[in-house]
Design a protein around this ligand. Structure first.
Ligand SMILES: *[C@@H]1O[C@H](CO)[C@@H](O)[C@H](O)[C@H]1NC(C)=O
Ligand SMILES: *[C@@H]1O[C@H](CO)[C@@H](O)[C@H](O)[C@H]1NC(C)=O
Length: 279
């Protein structure tokens, strides 16, 4: 039997080894010799996600895994709408991250990102990036990139209208859809009308990109995936029944446009009721 003092030392060093194994998530590395400090990719499942996703129905499922020294890397997921824009962090619909620590070799971090394609502006490229603090600087590594397109009709809104019996009138619609939608106006008396066409009582503007201006004197820039179109009615018939039909890559929508200004009034009174409630 070893003397009691030695037994205590043996026992406590065994204990510290066990607790180091459980809590330590750093291991030795060097800037100049092996093992080197830094981060490198283990595996990824990114390219497989490439393709077209349906608006509100698609689920992009991507993952990446990195090893690093001395500590675990922090992984972020990045998106850019087009190759001209900068990479920005985005929030996955759900994310699962697993860290496996080692006191003697590299630390491994794996991240799975699930993104529900609930907006057209999720179109673009995605990648993940890992960063580790090596003590002297930050080392970085990136996965490959995947390009996706989110397609469907996001919204059809009547943004302005005036339809008063026996007067000249108009209806202006804003449509957000990808790819660029096909549009028809269904008129009460004269059938279908496409943007850029005219009939005897109706004329439609071309479909044009919606422009937004951040401040009144600044430049206007197009709102991605949104278009505007205006129907002119030479003389509004009583009970005029106009509809807007929109089609974008298999997705379809029909919007009935209620004649006269009763719609506007109910809209205003709704806000009036709301404001009396809250203020
Ligand atoms: C994501 O993909 C992985 C691997 O194909 C699969 O095991 C996992 O169930 C998927 N997750 C979802 C939410 O689809
Ligand atoms: C993307 O579109 C959604 C609505 O569809 C909007 O709420 C969000 O702010 C947009 N994000 C960016 C970065 O433009």
């Amino acid at each position: 039997h070893p003397p009691p003092m030695l037994r205590i030392i043996l026992f406590s060093s065994l204990l510290s080894l066990v607790s180091a194994y459980e809590s330590s998530c750093t291991s030795d590395c060097s800037a100049t010799s092996v093992p080197r400090c830094g981060v490198w990719m283990n595996s990824e499942r990114i390219k497989e996600a490439d393709g077209i996703y349906k608006l509100n129905e698609g689920v992009m499922n991507v993952s990446c895994s990195f090893s690093s020294l001395p500590g675990p890397s922090s992984i972020s997921w990045l998106h850019r709408p087009s190759s001209l824009s900068t990479w920005m962090p985005f929030t996955c619909s759900s994310k699962d991250e697993q860290i496996s620590c080692s006191p003697s070799s590299a630390q491994t971090v794996s991240s799975v990102c699930i993104l529900r394609t609930s907006a057209l502006n999720m179109t673009g490229s995605y990648k993940c990036e890992a960063v580790v603090d090596t003590g002297s600087d930050n080392a970085k590594a990136s996965s490959s990139e995947v390009s996706i397109s989110v397609e469907g009709i996001e919204s059809v809104q009547i943004v302005d209208k005036s339809l008063v019996d026996d007067r000249q009138g108009y209806v202006e619609a804003k449509i957000c859809a990808n790819p660029q939608p096909e549009v028809w106006w269904s008129t009460g008396g004269e059938g279908l009308l496409k943007p850029g066409q005219s009939l005897s009582n109706y004329a439609s503007s071309h479909l044009a990109k919606t422009l937004v201006r951040e401040n009144p004197s600044g430049p206007a820039s197009p709102l991605p995936y949104c278009y505007q179109v205006r129907l002119i009615v030479n003389r509004v018939n009583k009970g005029e029944g106009i509809s807007l039909l929109v089609r974008s890559h298999g997705d379809e929508s029909t919007t009935k446009i209620v004649s006269a200004s009763s719609h506007i009034f109910s809209f205003l009174s709704f806000f009036f009721v709301l404001s009396t409630f809250f203020f």
